[in-house]
Design a protein around this ligand. Structure first.
Ligand code: NDP
Length: 330
């Protein structure tokens, strides 16, 4: 490791599950020692994702305490393990990996992408995890077809805005839900064809009305508990419910025989299952970064928070006060 790399660093850590009060900005966390198979990245921006909330509150377990939060970042390669090829110190990269809300992160290069010229600082960290989630789902969870009606919940959120854009690009019609009219306006600007305020309207009736009672070919649902029952009602025969998150709480167990009425499919994908190989990651991440560099997608950044304001960022996303992506400047 180069001598310019310090022994300690600032990192966002938890030592117990709980509310935002368990978040600690540790000033003396150890800088990880890289293994021969790893890169050390000096992070410049890290993404905030709803999964940070699940790890903080214990819905998802962390491997051990203290645990450094964060699942994606962009920065520069600071050191390279002996058996790693294809990178040099100083390369600008973005990645998906654990412990990203820190000054330095060590990880294997499987999910590390080179950032092409033309992608502004912060934008790669704002795009990789949510963009890849949306892209893999419209390609693989339910391959969206031209002309489909697709219901996208929380459409003005991080993943939601990507979904609206991809559905539109395919030539399908996104029906967007969100909790405020301002959020719905943003979803419309990002490609949604129809909008429904699910806080004030009977969204099930509205979806059936929009689709002439046929229902939608697929629902992309990151909201979870509060929308699941309605999703089963608004799906067309042979429709797919892609349940990919739990913003309102996890979907409770249900009797699979209920799917028989319309020959429905229910999937519960996670991004990592679609980027297991280097080829899969390179292909999808390359596509996302090229779309950004070419100005073909809109990356809406809600706010760039200083690392020290991580608790405020988590409070904002959890309280439904945000649109698009939240990132931390490190
Ligand atoms: P968002 O920016 O979409 O924020 C969550 C949104 O969920 C809120 O803005 C809010 O929108 C909506 N929501 C509905 N009910 C609630 C509630 N009770 N509490 C809080 N929010 C609520 O977050 P992300 O884009 O980071 O993530 C979206 C979903 O995708 C999450 O469930 C996340 O876990 C999941 N995800 C899953 C992945 C996977 O691999 N399976 C990968 C990445 C994300 P509104 O106010 O309009 O209702």
């Amino acid at each position: 490791m180069s001598s310019a790399i310090p022994k300690t660093q600032t990192a966002v850590q938890i030592e117990a599950y709980g509310g935002v009060e368990v978040l600690q900005l540790k000033k003396d966390a150890p800088v990880p020692e890289i293994k021969p198979t790893e890169l050390l990245i000096k992070n410049e921006y890290a993404g905030i994702n709803f999964i940070d909330i699940y790890f903080r509150n214990g819905l998802y377990s962390v491997p051990a305490f203290p645990y450094t939060l964060g699942r994606e970042a962009e920065g520069r390669v600071a050191a390279i393990g002996d058996s790693v090829t294809g990178y040099k110190v100083g390369d600008r990269v973005a990645y998906i990996g654990a412990s990203a809300q820190a000054e330095y992160t060590a990880l294997e290069p499987l999910h590390v992408a080179q950032v092409p010229a033309g992608v502004e600082g912060g934008v790669a960290a704002a795009s990789l995890l949510q963009g890849l989630t949306a892209l893999t789902m419209v390609r693989e969870s339910y391959p969206v077809q031209k002309g489909d009606f697709i219901l996208v919940h929380a459409a003005a959120g991080g993943v939601g805005l990507w979904l609206c854009q991809f559905v539109r690009a395919i030539g399908a019609y996104a029906i967007a839900t969100a909790s405020t009219d301002k959020k719905l306006q943003l979803a419309k600007e990002n490609g949604a064809e129809f909008t429904i305020n699910y806080s004030t309207e009977d969204w099930v009736s509205r979806v059936l009305e929009i689709t002439g009672k046929k229902g939608v070919a697929a629902v992309f649902d990151g909201v979870g508990a509060s929308t699941f029952e309605g999703d089963l009602e608004v799906l067309a025969r042979k429709g797919s419910l892609v349940s990919f998150g739990n913003a309102s709480g996890p979907v409770p167990p249900f009797a699979i025989a209920r799917l028989a009425a319309k020959n429905l499919k229910v999937l519960r994908p996670q991004l990592f299952g679609y980027i297991v190989t280097r080829e899969e990651f390179e292909s999808y991440a390359g596509e996302i970064l090229e779309l950004i560099a070419a100005g073909k997608v809109n990356v809406k950044i809600h706010e760039v928070y200083p690392l020290a304001d991580v608790a405020r960022a988590q409070t904002d996303i959890e309280s439904r006060g945000t649109t698009g992506k939240l990132i931390l400047k490190i």
